[in-house]
Ligand binder design. Structure first.
Ligand SMILES: Nc1nc2c(ncn2[C@@H]2O[C@H](COP(=O)(O)OP(=O)(O)O)[C@@H](O)[C@H]2O)c(=O)[nH]1
Ligand SMILES: [Mg+2]
Length: 364
């Protein structure tokens, strides 16, 4: 999963990025206003260690989160009232979720680009910026579709009308202050929008960057209604301190945390918020070759889950043999699970649960 770090200038984006990736990053796409930093973090699933002990596979594959620190705004090409440049908007379209860093630390030496420190204002300003980017993208789409409709042969028109209507509907919703992910859309309307990769359709997590002693703000405390904001996740962290700790040896950092009475590492807490905000669960696969955890959206059905392993598996899906992780560990093997009747056979529409160990039967 790819998560882009966004926020106002000097809010601590790069500091948060460094804290989450422990300084292990590579730069991509050099040129223009500068390269983007990308850092990969393994999401250790402790269940895989247990399955490793049972199966002794050639490899164990944990899920990964890829964090992006965007290239800085190129002021020459961005208009004066734009927070995100056109290039940044384009990059953001490819992200699965957005991590919005909001400055909540006080530091008289560091000027805030909007005056004083005001986390509530900054959250709203950034959400409006995402909505503005979408409105501009939809305006261009509407003009293009209307134009195409005028020029189309009468026989082709009926196919073009629904897409134009969807664009207009979503535009009206956004103008009313509702992000795309909170709008009520039919599956075909949602499908018609996929290509636009709208920013307000993406899950957003707020990372309040606090000082070492200040309390962490909450969205509720800031009066930001979750309905309007569209199910935001939130987490508080002191980015500067977390950056320092991330650069230490793990044991040393742990001692520091205990001595200072700190919470769990930010990288862990951000990961948890990310899984709950995006709504991810993991199913597991086992075998001699590989033991692996596969993150999928909660509620996904077995046939689609199979497609995350290989796109052909969706088409060739026959059925899924499913055993909950705890049952497999208790039984010691799939064969024993079958004997005890806890290994079930499920069809296409079975809703995958977190911790399901699945063997897909595929017609290849
Ligand atoms: N006091 C304090 N300063 C911070 C904190 N996080 C970042 N900074 C400072 O804020 C400045 C901007 O941070 P940076 O991560 O570069 O912000 P970006 O522009 O959003 O990428 C740097 O001088 C950081 O050292 C924090 O938690 N506390
Ligand atoms: Mg930066």
């Amino acid at each position: 999963m790819d998560i882009a770090v966004i926020g106002l200038p000097q809010s601590g984006k790069s500091t948060v990025f460094n804290a989450l990736t422990a300084g292990h990053s590579t730069s991509t796409g050099a040129g223009g206003a500068g390269p983007m930093q990308v850092g990969v973090v393994k999401v250790i699933d402790p269940r895989l260690a247990v399955l490793d002990g049972m199966y002794h596979p050639k490899k164990v594959v944990h899920p990964e989160i890829k964090y992006w620190d965007l290239p800085p705004v190129d002021r020459d090409s961005a208009s004066a009232n734009q927070i995100l440049s056109g290039r940044q908007r384009n990059i953001l379209q490819g992200a699965d979720a957005l991590l919005l860093v909001v400055r909540a630390f006080d530091d008289p030496a560091l000027l805030h680009p909007m005056g004083g420190v005001d986390p509530g204002r900054d959250v709203k300003v950034m959400l409006e910026e995402l909505a503005l980017a979408d409105l501009e993208a939809l305006e261009r789409a509407e003009a293009r579709l209307s134009d195409g409709l005028k020029k189309a042969k009468p026989a082709d028109r009926p196919a073009l009308v629904p897409q134009l209507e969807t664009v207009q509907k979503v535009q009206a919703g956004l103008e009313g202050g509702i992000p795309v992910k909170s709008q009520t859309l039919t599956p075909s309307e949602t499908a018609a929008l996929v290509d636009f990769q709208l920013l307000t359709a993406k899950p957003v997590m707020i990372a309040f960057n606090t000082g070492e002693s200040e309390p962490t703000p909450t969205l509720e405390g800031l009066g930001i209604s979750n309905e309007v904001a569209g199910g935001l996740g939130e987490v508080g962290l002191c980015a500067k301190l977390e950056e320092d700790l991330a650069m230490m040896e793990p044991g040393e950092a742990e001692e520091f945390r205990e001595a200072m009475g700190l919470e769990e590492a930010a990288v862990e807490r951000v990961k948890q918020v990310c899984y709950s905000t995006v709504g991810l669960v993991s199913f597991l696969t086992v075998g001699e070759d590989e033991v692996r955890a596969w993150p999928v959206p909660a509620g996904i059905v077995a046939q689609m889950a199979a497609g995350t392993i290989h796109t052909d598996f969706t088409r060739g899906f026959i059925r899924a043999e499913v055993i909950p992780y705890d049952d497999l560990v208790r039984c010691g093997s799939l064969a024993q699970g079958r004997k005890e009747g806890v290994l079930r056979s499920e069809g296409k529409t079975y809703q995958v649960q977190d911790g399901d160990v699945i063997n897909f039967l595929i017609n290849t």
